[in-house]
Design a protein around this ligand. Structure first.
Ligand SMILES: C[C@H]1O[C@H](OP(=O)(O)OP(=O)(O)OC[C@H]2O[C@@H](n3ccc(=O)[nH]c3=O)[C@H](O)[C@@H]2O)[C@H](O)[C@@H](O)C1=O
Length: 403
């Protein structure tokens, strides 16, 4: 396989003047920290890219990355702006001539048909989904409606928009969770699906619709199954932003079960590079894992976050509280990412570096991104003694002495 051709950013960068955030302004430099690093030769068959869920977390990273790195493409972000999304994830793009935001819901068939035709969409990247496993135990049907029916409605709209075969690439965002627990050895993309929770079942079902529409209606689809993504812009329900938020509120970190479950973490910029690589080099009809080499237990995530908040190891136990585990908690998602690596993608950001950047970002931005974030903490988990304060002396680097 020849080495991929990375080309330098365009000679004339997209205009940075006027880049601003509702929350107070961000320089072009700052915006560039919230994108990936890759740029490929733009595709000839793609001009107008629809990103569903583009104001969400992973969708936001990809929207910013493509809008800034590829002034040749028009990037149309379609998002219903539910609680986990934030306009702050994309407001820095508002003055870019190649960026468009459409507020809409995949359940609204007319709205999705309209955006496809009005923007003459020829490429779809489908991120919109209910993504939080914990919530799927409480309201499984909501996950089926949004993730399965939402995907099918989008496929229907694309099928009808296909008259002149206008959509040339349909990139469907799935998850490593469709495989279920993968512990013994790394699995490639051919592994049988064994989803273990309603969220992963809904993502597996959505994928089945994508593959079936690819066969029945010639939708040019490829599928992406990524390890856990983290970084700035993630709603504080997932473990890392949740732990940052808890510590900012001087609360104990909640460990579900033993804390020995493993997750493999991928920083947002690396994920953006992965999607960029697949947009430009991925083969239609194929599925691709995005694998992180950074495997850590939940307890390690807690310890490293505490350290970054200035706690010393002797304080750790007092800063943790064990809470009941999920009904089922996959031990690991050990996927083999060599297929994507063969296209030239590699992970650039270590977990230490990404976590440090994330902690700093949450301390500076949480309140402006999600002023109601403390509610997320309560919604995200049940039966937690979170009212307890983390009563330890910190070394002065941020967490107040709660005693
Ligand atoms: C790839 C998928 O990643 C995400 O799913 P996952 O369930 O792995 O993410 P979480 O951040 O919700 O949980 C990770 C891990 O942390 C434990 N935990 C969480 C919160 C808390 O307060 N204490 C904890 O111990 C939890 O039990 C898990 O083991 C993503 O949400 C999904 O969309 C994916 O596709």
């Amino acid at each position: 396989m020849p080495a991929p051709r990375f080309i330098s950013p365009p000679a004339t960068p997209p205009p940075s003047k006027g880049l601003s955030l509702a929350t107070g302004g961000v320089s072009d430099l700052e915006t560039r920290r919230l994108i990936g690093t890759t740029r490929f030769e733009p595709r000839n068959d793609v001009k107008n890219i629809l990103i569903t869920g583009g104001a969400g977390f992973i969708g936001g990273w990809v929207t910013r990355h493509l809008a800034v790195q590829y002034p040749e493409y028009n990037i149309v972000c379609f998002d219903k702006l539910d609680v986990v999304a934030s306009l702050a994830n994309i407001n820095c793009l508002e003055s870019l001539p190649n960026f468009h935001f459409v507020h809409g819901d995949l359940m609204d068939q007319a709205a999705i048909a309209k955006v496809l035709s009005e923007h003459d969409i020829d490429c779809v990247m489908h991120f919109a989904a209910c993504s939080h496993v914990q919530n799927s135990f409480n309201d499984p049907l909501n996950f089926t409606v949004n993730n399965v029916i939402g995907t099918q409605l989008l496929l229907e709209a694309v099928r009808h928009h296909q008259g002149s075969r206008r959509v040339r690439r349909f990139i469907h965002v799935s998850t490593d969770e469709v495989y279920g627990d993968v512990m013994e050895s790394a699995c490639d993309e051919t592994k049988q699906f064994m989803p273990t929770n309603p969220y992963s079942a809904s993502k597996a079902a959505a994928e089945m619709y994508v593959w079936s529409y690819a066969k029945s209606f010639d939708i040019p689809a490829l599928v992406v199954r990524s390890n856990n993504v983290y970084g700035p812009g993630q709603y504080p329900e997932k473990i890392i932003p949740r732990f940052c938020t808890l510590l900012m509120q001087q609360k104990q970190l909640t460990i579900q079960g033993t804390g020995m479950n493993i997750r493999r973490y991928l920083y947002g910029a690396d994920a953006a590079d992965g999607f960029d690589t697949l947009l430009h080099k991925g083969v239609i009809g194929e599925a691709y894992n995005i694998q992180s080499s950074q495997a850590v237990t939940n307890l390690e995530v807690a310890a490293r976050t505490l350290e970054l908040f200035g706690y010393s190891p002797r304080d750790f136990n007092r800063c943790l509280t064990q809470i009941p585990d999920r009904p089922f908690n996959d031990q690991d998602y050990w996927v083999d990412g060599s297929k994507l690596a063969a296209l030239g993608w590699h992970q650039r950001v270590s977990f230490s570096e990404g976590l440090e950047t994330s902690v700093k970002w949450y301390r500076e931005n949480l309140d402006s991104w999600w002023p109601e974030a403390s509610k997320a903490i309560n919604v995200a988990s049940t039966a937690t003694p979170e009212s307890q304060v983390c009563g330890v002396q910190s070394n002065g680097s941020g967490v107040e002495d709660a005693s």
